[in-house]
Design a protein around this ligand. Structure first.
Ligand code: GAR
Length: 230
């Protein structure tokens, strides 16, 4: 079923742009209904406006009560006709009330192999720790931060001289493929959460119903489950 997406973002918006591109290219069965930011002036807002997508900005710096803040967001999401919440660099915890309102329909992307290195500085924390492999995770959102059932992960090598500035672009290049892929699986109703595990059901039609699903150049050891054309 076509996803009606509300994207929540605080920063640059490269993941929001990647989702919009996948929709426009016919790869992702979704509509971007609204882009919401807690940061006035965040570059993601300009990207959304250029793509003709309505935006809603509510400065989180002005807000004392998290539930009041999230209630305003829920109203904006409802007014926009969205049924799926896509967190894309949204650097603010959601209240339990918000999570309950869209349970099972909120996805997040985090730049590490969760459950390692949750939090705001996932990439930098992985480098400081000295891991040789990091990556990115798309997961369902639950009340505790960066902890929900994992939908897809991609592995990225960490080089000896890496800093956040050199590692992040390599991670993000792959985020721009795994996030639309995870959303397409949600659109195809192929994700089943059992306990803390997500099972991916087989495609109903070979190669799916959307455009040009083909072999992914990323080997199965890099991304799991394997990409279907993204
Ligand atoms: C993304 O890399 C995402 O994984 C990360 O923020 C970046 C946003 O980039 N999210 C987190 O760190 C969440 N804890 P973008 O604005 O260019 O999409």
């Amino acid at each position: 079923m076509t996803l009606q997406i509300a994207a929540l973002a605080s920063g640059v918006g490269s993941n929001v742009a990647a989702v919009i591109k996948s929709i426009n290219e016919g790869m992702l069965d979704a509509r971007m209904r609204i882009v919401i930011s807690n940061r006035p002036g965040a570059p993601v807002l300009e990207k959304a406006a250029q793509a003709g997508i309505p935006v809603y900005v509510k400065d989180s710096a002005d807000c004392e009560n998290r539930e009041d803040y999230d209630r305003a967001l829920l109203a904006a999401i409802c007014d926009a006709g969205a049924d799926t919440v896509v967190l894309a660099g949204y650097m603010r915890m959601l209240s339990p009330m918000f999570v309950a309102a869209h349970r099972g329909r909120i996805l997040n992307i985090h730049p590490s192999l969760l459950p390692s290195f949750p939090g705001r500085m996932g990439t930098e924390d992985a480098i400081k720790y000295g891991v040789r492999l990091s990556g990115s995770t798309v997961h369902f959102v639950q009340e505790t931060m960066d902890s929900g059932p994992v939908i897809i992960q991609v592995v990225v090598p960490v080089h000896a001289q890496d800093t956040g500035e050199t590692l992040m672009p390599r991670i993000q290049a792959l985020e721009h493929r795994i996030y639309p892929q995870a959303l397409q699986w949600l659109a195809e109703d192929r994700l089943r959460v059992e306990g803390h595990r997500v099972n991916l059901l087989p495609a109903r039609k070979p190669n799916g119903s959307m455009a040009s699903f083909g072999q992914s150049p990323l080997g199965p050891w890099m991304v799991s489950p394997p990409l279907e054309g993204f």
